[in-house]
Design a protein around this ligand. Structure first.
Ligand code: HEC
Length: 288
C-alpha cells in the first residue's frame, strides 16, 4: 500500500489548485500506515497554504520520534507568518522530551503576535515545560445522596460526582457550587435546563451547546460554547453525572439511565455539530 500512495502522490498535478490538499491526504495516509513520509512532510511544512503547513506541523508532532531534526522544523514553524501554524508549533513543543529545545520553540513563538487562544496555549506549554505540573485532580468531598432517590440512583449520584469534578469536566466551568462563572459559564443551580427534559439535557452534554442562552432570567451571549462530551464520556458516566446534577445544586428530578443516554447517542451517530440553543429549544421547548 505504501508504494502505491507514494506513486500516487508523485503523480499529482502540481498546477492543480487542490495540489497541496491532495498531497496532505497522501501524507495522512502514510501516517495512517505508521510510516509518515519524510519527503512529503517536509514539502508540506513549506506549503503555500497555511492550512497545509499547520496540518504538517501536527503530523510532525505525532512523528517526532522518527524525525531527528524535528526541533529545527518546529523552530521554523514558530516564526511562520500564520498564527495557526505557530499555534501548532507551540502545542507540539509541549510534547517534546528535549525540554530545553522545546522551551526555545515556545519562547520563539511567544515573541510573535499571539491571539488569546495562542496565549493560553503558550502559557500552558511554558508551564508544562517548566515542570509546573497540570493541576491535580480536583479535591472534593463526596456529598451523600438525597433520600428521595432509590438505591440504584443513589449509587449513580455518588459515582456522578467523580465525573463532575474531573479536570476539564463540568466543575471546571460550572464550578463546585454549580453557580457557573458569569458572564461566560451559566449556573446549573435550580436550572430548568437540568431538571426538565432529559433528552434535551443529554443532547447538550453529548453534542455541546452554543448561542445566546437564558437561564433563570440571566442572559448569556453564547460566545463561549459548551464542549461536547460524546467522545470523552461513556453512556454510564453521562447518566451518572446527570443523575448527580439533577439532584444537587437545588435541583430535584428523576435519575438518567445509561440506556437513555445510549438512545440519544445512537440516534445521531457521529454527530459533530454543536447544538444551538435555538435548535434545541425548537425540539424541546421550555415549559412555561
Ligand atoms: C468548557 C466549559 C464547560 C464545561 C466543561 C461544561 N459546560 Fe455546561 N455550559 C457551558 C457553557 C458556556 C454553557 C452555555 C452555552 C451557551 O451559552 O449556549 C453551558 C450550558 C450548560 C447547561 C444549560 C444551561 C444551564 O445553565 O442550565 C447545562 C445543563 C450544562 N451546561 C451542564 C453541564 C454538565 C453536566 C457538564 C459536565 C458533563 C458541563 N456542563 C460541562 C460550559 C461548560
Amino acid at each position: 500500500m505504501l508504494p502505491a500512495v507514494k506513486a500516487w502522490a508523485a503523480k499529482l498535478d502540481q498546477n492543480d489548485p487542490q495540489y497541496e490538499h491532495n498531497a496532505l491526504e497522501a501524507l495522512w495516509t502514510t501516517w495512517g500506515l505508521n510510516q509518515a513520509d519524510d519527503a512529503l512532510l517536509r514539502q508540506l511544512l513549506a506549503a503555500k497554504d497555511f492550512h497545509a503547513r499547520a496540518a504538517a506541523v501536527r503530523v510532525l508532532r505525532y512523528n517526532m520520534h522518527r524525525i531527528a531534526d524535528h526541533a529545527a522544523l518546529f523552530e521554523k514553524a514558530a516564526v511562520d507568518p500564520h498564527g495557526r501554524v505557530r499555534l501548532e508549533a507551540i502545542v507540539a513543543a509541549s510534547w517534546m522530551t528535549d525540554t530545553a529545545a522545546a522551551k526555545k520553540i515556545v519562547e520563539t513563538a511567544s515573541k510573535q503576535p499571539l491571539d488569546v487562544w495562542s496565549q493560553a496555549a503558550a502559557k500552558t506549554a511554558a508551564d508544562r515545560l517548566a515542570g509546573i505540573a497540570e493541576k491535580p485532580q480536583a479535591e472534593f468531598t463526596v456529598v451523600p445522596a438525597p433520600d428521595h432517590l432509590d438505591a440504584a440512583a443513589k449509587k449513580q449520584f455518588v459515582a456522578g460526582q467523580e465525573v463532575y469534578n474531573r479536570e476539564g469536566l463540568c466543575m471546571t466551568c460550572h464550578r463546585g457550587d454549580g453557580g457557573g462563572l458569569p458572564p461566560a459559564f451559566p449556573s446549573i443551580a435550580s436550572s430548568p435546563w437540568v431538571t426538565e427534559d432529559k433528552e434535551r439535557l443529554i443532547k447538550l452534554v453529548l453534542f455541546g451547546l452554543m448561542g445566546p442562552l437564558e437561564v433563570n432570567g440571566k442572559k448569556f451571549d453564547g460566545q463561549v460554547p459548551m464542549t461536547p462530551f460524546a467522545g470523552m464520556l461513556k453512556d454510564e458516566e453521562v447518566a451518572n453525572v446527570l443523575t448527580f446534577v439533577r439532584n444537587h445544586f437545588g435541583n430535584k428530578a428523576d435519575a438518567v439511565s445509561a440506556a437513555e443516554v445510549k438512545a440519544v447517542r445512537s440516534a445521531q451517530p457521529g454527530r459533530m455539530m454543536f447544538y444551538t440553543v435555538d435548535e434545541l429549544l425548537k425540539q424541546h421547548p421550555m415549559k412555561k
